[in-house]
Design a protein around this ligand. Structure first.
Ligand code: NAP
Length: 519
């Protein structure tokens, strides 16, 4: 059986026991083992600090951009192999695996382009300088310097490549070494992706380390200049962000957590118009892509009350076309959930929602998969629920079911009510609006925009270009307030801010302008 290794202190580490078992989500057979036992986390951290950091900091932004381009190229060169491994390790379909792997490749190359444009600079300026005294001699200028520590990244199971790549892109470009931990259940894919990068010699030693398995006492060792960026469940996030040493040292912590993303069908989006077609396409995509195991998946669908039957019928028809089964079959449109634990949680989550809503599509129970042995596999078909009252919908505004599950919620058609219902989710990563009514959209932005990190506004004018509301693009912010964790990633250079210290330089103008490179 494959034994997943870690990469620390510039070499591969095979654990000396303490193995967790990974299973094939279709056959339920054990396929790999994962453990980090035997790693000295003190030594791993010290190596990143003392070997990786100076190597990165000796480089210009343009040179670090070259590292990202090489990482991206290394993943691209092994794309097919990574896709095949993803099918086996995570149960993803080929399309789902590409979504993850191509997302990682693209994020790295996007940041490579941003960095390349910064050329020979070693840090970034923040805005323009300004006079602070009676004359223009006493001058102030904000700069963004790389933090002096190590960036520790902890990722969720659902994006084994994109997850580590998008975080690493920002930290490495700024000049911080990275220690990255994938979720155990999908660590095989991440291990292989990192192996491809290491084999290509894309990075200086110590710049990137990988811990597969427990992080041991690593987080206890972090201090004021380090960064912890976490993606995963709200419950784990709460435990990690409240660690005493992180609070005492004001260690920067970024959290990307649960989200009850809403899609809002605006009034007047009738059958036959492009926004209607995009609405149906997006909902089906967001419910079924990666079997609904996406932080940006749509969980709540707000529909004008008089159109609930029509939407339920149209979605039911489309969801019925999705074949659920073993992703090795080309007929299959949706694979299993990634592990027995994820299936159990999703099933109990559906039962929780069904206490106050009706299941109108699907069974809410495990099913057998197409071209897969009977009784095996962690399969749950697309499951659509319906609430009678948008406000009194039980746990729909409280509980994220991390699977192909969403709930239809009626509302009056007013933007204010839509914003109120979206806000009951206590903060989301993305809200999608489907409307050609400018007033409705403007009212929603003002009333409900601040409850989410991204607003995806779908209208007839852009229908042909929309990628789906769940696509996190490197140009655009990923993160959201409240339940979504309060974090910010990506968004072009905004994503680098987590790893930078904003410093106000004040003094003689000529000196400061020389430091910041204006003259
Ligand atoms: P999880 O159980 O919270 O695990 C997330 C990561 O934390 C894993 O790598 C896990 O490692 C690690 N971890 C758990 N306990 C830890 C501890 N005490 N110290 C250090 N690391 C620890 O979440 P998940 O099941 O992987 O992912 C599903 C959740 O992630 C969903 O709720 C989803 O909404 C959220 N998510 C959010 C985003 C976003 O961008 N907002 C993206 C993807 C997923 P092990 O696997 O080894 O336990």
């Amino acid at each position: 059986m494959h034994q997943i290794r870690s990469y620390v202190e510039g070499r591969w580490h095979l654990a000396d026991g303490g193995w967790a078992t990974l299973t094939d989500p279709c056959s339920e057979e054990a396929i790999a083992q994962c453990s980090s036992r035997g790693i000295s986390f003190e030594a791993a951290l010290q190596y990143a600090r003392e070997v990786g950091r100076p190597a990165l900091r000796a480089m210009t932004l343009g040179e670090r951009a070259g590292l990202l381009a090489a990482m991206s190229a290394a993943l691209l060169a092994h794309r097919d192999e990574l896709i095949a491994l993803s099918l086996r390790n995570t149960g993803a379909t080929r399309k789902d695996a590409k979504f993850d792997i191509d997302g990682g490749i693209y994020s790295l190359s996007h940041y490579a382009q941003l960095g390349e444009a910064m050329g020979s600079r070693r840090f970034m300026n923040d805005g323009d300088g300004e006079a602070l005294g009676r004359s223009a001699r006493f001058w102030g200028q904000h700069v963004l310097l790389p933090r002096e520590g190590v960036a520790v990244h902890i990722n969720a199971f659902n994006f084994p490549v994109w997850g580590f790549a998008e975080k690493a892109a920002c930290a490495l470009l700024v000049g911080m070494p990275v220690i990255s931990k994938p979720a155990t259940s999908s660590a095989w894919v991440t291990e292989r992706a990192v192996e491809c990068i290491v084999e290509s010699a894309a990075l200086p030693v110590g710049a990137f380390s990988l811990i597969c398995g427990s992080t041991g006492n690593l987080l206890d060792l972090l201090g004021p200049q380090d960064v912890l960026a976490f993606t995963g469940s709200a419950s784990t996030a709460e435990r990690l962000r409240s660690k005493a040493n992180l609070l005492a040292a004001s260690t920067r912590v970024n959290i990307e957590a649960d989200s009850l993303n809403a899609a809002v069908l605006g009034p007047g989006v009738e059958q036959g118009c492009e926004s209607w077609a995009v609405f149906l396409r997006d909902i089906v995509l967001e419910m079924t892509q990666k079997s609904g195991q996406k932080c940006t998946a749509v969980r709540r669908i707000l529909v004008p009350v008089e159109r609930m039957d029509e939407v339920q019928h149209a979605l039911g028809e489309r969801l019925a076309e999705i074949a659920v089964g073993n992703p090795v079959s080309s007929a299959v449109g949706m694979g299993p959930l990634s592990s027995a634990a994820q299936l159990d949680e999703a099933l109990s989550g559906v039962a929780r929602l069904a206490e106050s809503c009706s299941i109108v599509h699907g069974t809410g129970r495990r099913i057998d998969g197409l071209e897969n042995p009977v009784g095996k596999g962690y399969f749950l078909g697309p499951t659509l629920l319906r609430a009678a009252d948008g406000r009194r919908a039980g746990d729909v505004h409280e509980h994220e079911v991390f699977g192909p599950v969403a709930t239809l919620l009626p509302y009056s058609g007013s933007a204010a009510e839509a914003a109120e219902l979206v806000g009951l989710g206590m903060g989301s990563l993305v809200t999608s609006l489907y409307s050609n009514d400018r007033e409705f959209i403007e009212q929603f932005v003002l009333a409900g925009g601040a409850s989410c990190g991204r607003l995806y506004i779908a209208s007839d004018k852009v229908a042909g270009q929309l990628p789906g509301s769940g696509v996190a693009m490197p140009q655009v912010l990923h993160g959201g307030p409240g339940r979504a964790g309060g974090g910010e990633e990506l968004g072009g250079t905004r994503g680098m801010a987590l790893y930078q210290q904003r410093v106000a330089l004040t003094g003689d103008r000529a000196l400061i302008e020389r430091i910041v490179g204006v003259r």
